[in-house]
Structure formats: structure tokens, C-alpha cells
Design a protein around this ligand. Sequence first.
Ligand SMILES: O=C(O)COP(=O)(O)O
Ligand SMILES: [Mg+2]
Length: 222
Amino acid sequence: MHTILQAKRLIAFDLDGTLIDSVPDLAVGVQRALQEVGLAQPSEDQVRDWVGNGAQVLVERALSWALNAAPEAALQQNAYEAFMRHYGAAPNALTKLYPDASEALHALHEAGFVLALITNKPERFIAPILSHFGVLALFTSTVGGDSLAEKKPSPLPLLHVAHTLDIAPSASVMVGDSRHDIAAGKAAGFTTVALPYGYNHGDPIEQSHPDLIVASLRELVS
Ligand SMILES: O=C(O)COP(=O)(O)O
Ligand SMILES: [Mg+2]
């Protein structure tokens, strides 16, 4: 085990860009939603840049791009509902678990760590995706972007999980790919671990000053 995990009990993982490469399916959901409301469809690479702040913001960014202006509330609502329907119909068609993710999760679970999943993705997609990849049972707690009053970069979901599990933030670690994960982790008093391969839009993850950057989840367990 990596020395940063010494004296830790809780390890909280981000989902998109950390455990799974979900952009191919998210892109199809966004493309079908925009088609349904009669707008131009963005490319997968564009969608990759827009992931990280939950589904409402993803749809809003796509609409703003297609309209070249902020969308009105009714259009946002229609496109959001269309996205949730289309993405929800096939969230695992093209999505892949990153190499080493399953192995690392199993090793950490076997070593006795309590595992949690804290994503900005809507809650309803969490269980279908994690169970598809055979890792749902490893998580003691899962929280989505619409589960609580605030989502990352707020520390609220992290503090909620630690409190519910009766584990001190100082004994807790947040593992994620974006500056929102690191900001939430720091604000919650968690130790922070960043992966550089995900969807962190903007500045490189080094500039968020995580406690550790690992190239792969394998490094956490070796
Ligand atoms: O749905 C998103 O925008 C990002 O989800 P994540 O928090 O699992 O990276
Ligand atoms: Mg992420």
C-alpha cells in the first residue's frame, strides 16, 4: 500500500474520469438530446471538456455552444430531460473501467479500507454503472451530484459521508481527476490524491496542489 494511506480508514473515489471513461456514452446522450431539441450536435471531444459539474451543467454548456448564448429555462429543462432519458437508456454501451481500477478497488477493500463513491453524476446512474462493472458491493456509501444540497467542489458530500460512517476527515482520502475533487477534499480536511488522465478542464491538476498525484490507481496499492 502507498504510504499516504497509512492511518487512513476511508477512501472516497470520484467516478467519471477517475474510475470510468464515460465520455463516449455521455457524448451520445448529449448529441441525441440536442438533436431532439433541434440543435447542432457537438463532438465527443467537445463533450469531454464539459464534464465535471454534473448533468445540468453539461447540458447547459452544450446548449450554450449550439446557441452561442445562454439557453432559456424551458429549453434547458427539455434538453436535460432528453439527456437523462437517452444517457440513462445506455450508460454502459461504450463506457470502460480504467485499467487497474477494479484491481485497486478490490485490493483496498480486502485491506480493510472503507470505500465510498462521491460523484457529481446524477445518483440514479451510480448503481447501474458500478454493478455493470462488478464493483458496486465494494462501496459502503455512494453519493451523486443531486443527492445532497451541494455537490463538489463543496466539501458537503465528503463531510456527509465521513460523518455518516463516523470516520474523521483526517483519516479520509479523496481520489479524483478534477480540480473540484481536490478543492472539495482540501475543504473537507481529507488527504487528496489526483489522477492526471481524466477530464480536468483548464489548468493541469498539479496546480490544484493535491497531496499526491498517481499515474494509475495501481500506484495506490503497490
Ligand atoms: O457528471 C459529472 O459532471 C462528473 O462526474 P464526476 O464527479 O464523477 O467526475
Ligand atoms: Mg471526475
